[in-house]
Design a protein around this ligand. Sequence first.
Ligand code: GTP
Ligand code: PEP
Length: 226
Amino acid sequence: MHSVHALIAVKDLARAKSRLAGAFTPADRERLVLAMLHDSLAAARQVEPIASLTVVTPDSTVAQSAHEFGADVYPEPPADSTDDAQRLNDALSHAAANLRERLGAVDLLALQADLPALRPSELTAAIEAAHEYSRSYIVDHHGTGTSALLLHDPTTALEPKFGAASALRHAETGAHPLAGDWPGLRLDVDTVEDLRLAAKLGLGVATRELLTELGWPDPDSRESSS
Ligand SMILES: Nc1nc2c(ncn2[C@@H]2O[C@H](COP(=O)(O)OP(=O)(O)OP(=O)(O)O)[C@@H](O)[C@H]2O)c(=O)[nH]1
Ligand SMILES: C=C(OP(=O)(O)O)C(=O)O
């Protein structure tokens, strides 16, 4: 069984999921970010090859929740850049380098934190498929983003290229796109439409319970989506 160490990045809660600002109050949006993180971690924890789970974040509330959800925390060093994607990629690179300094040239997985419909079986299959390639990635459901980047090469760095058009940027830097019928693994939630799709697919417990408590989706949005 190949083992892999997983990294999950989450930015400051106050700035997170800005594309959901029209649908949720700031406090509810923060709860939703934590619920989706919880479900992503809960699914990842059931994946046998995942030897450790580390949440990379500058936010103390996220860090506390990550500990409660059974993950390790890598406190993000002060940012060198004001560019969001650059900050995210720098944070992941630092955390990846730190893991390899401590543990040797272990296999790595950078996984999105907003995968509330993720199934452990999908991630297990993806990790198995990734063993064929030195660096590989999973294209998101839009076909343009990346829901996970996997590194199985002791001599190469993770070189994360998350952000706009990251699927293309991962391809351009030599990573291999993994093929597989993994709808939950590909469904990163950034918009209300994504959330509806994830609800149709089947949400994890934390996100489902929160949305039920918030009365979401409201009757109007249900009508407009049918
Ligand atoms: N640790 C860390 N995580 C980040 C940073 N920027 C983004 N992320 C995380 O990376 C993932 C993708 O980020 P984005 O798409 O930029 O932000 P988002 O919060 O998902 O959504 P929007 O605000 O709507 O763009 C999310 O899990 C973010 O929390 C950062 O500077 N540091
Ligand atoms: C950062 C990314 O995701 P999103 O902006 O969709 O959360 C990405 O796909 O690289």
